[in-house]
Design a protein around this ligand. Structure first.
Ligand code: ZN
Length: 202
């Protein structure tokens, strides 16, 4: 599956001069919501991701996603794998699991995001689920923004990756974009100004 082409076809692989949530700049930006606006494409991607997870033999009870970005991907993945789906959300900046969602002791939860960059949000949601008794058995994303090493990839994880090394990370594709500090950004040096395309740097 050519995930990059799917993102390009959906105008979700943006090229320009972007301000990421980290404060750094990049020439490229992945806007997963644009890919997932077509439920057929969302299902296609989730099916491919689901097959990858099934092949690994990983045992899962429940899929959990951090809102908002991860919810569409996680819900489709849960449909494909025939699992329960819950989500975590930020309330006044603090990640929480509410809305009556229950987590039982030892429940095997796979965290699913649309895109994993450093994995920060997924990890925050994971620690909330863990505090409710869950065991986090893996992480998944449609696309890997290139900081974490995923299953089956030759690329090395980078020190900025926050995901733990002892649980598997599944993603359909790696996207490695150069990221610049504003002071040394070649795009800034041409006089262009970085802008923020979405709520987060993915
Ligand atoms: Zn710049």
């Amino acid at each position: 599956m050519d995930v990059a082409q799917i993102y390009k076809d959906a105008n979700a692989l943006l090229e320009g001069h972007f301000l990421l949530s980290s404060g750094n700049h990049s020439q490229f930006y992945l806007q997963s919501a644009k890919v997932l606006e077509d439920p057929k494409v969302a299902h296609l991607l989730a099916t491919a991701l689901g097959k990858m997870i099934e092949r690994s033999g990983l045992e899962i009870d429940t899929i959990c996603s951090p809102a908002l970005g991860g919810v569409l991907a996680g819900y489709e993945l849960a449909r494909v794998l025939d699992k329960r789906f819950i989500f975590a959300e930020r309330v006044n900046g603090v990640m929480t699991i509410r809305r009556g969602f229950e987590v039982r002791e030892g429940e095997k939860i796979l965290m699913c995001e649309d895109i994993i960059t450093t994995g920060g949000s997924a990890l925050e949601a994971a620690s909330v689920a863990q505090s409710m008794g869950a065991t986090i058995v893996g992480y998944a994303a449609l696309a890997n923004r290139g900081f974490c090493k995923r299953m089956g990839s030759e690329l090395l994880g980078k020190p900025t990756c926050k995901l733990p090394n002892n649980v598997p990370f599944f993603a359909l594709a790696d996207f490695e974009f150069d990221i610049y500090e504003p002071s040394s950004c070649p795009l800034c040096q041409t006089g262009s100004v970085a802008h923020k395309p979405g709520s987060r740097g993915n």
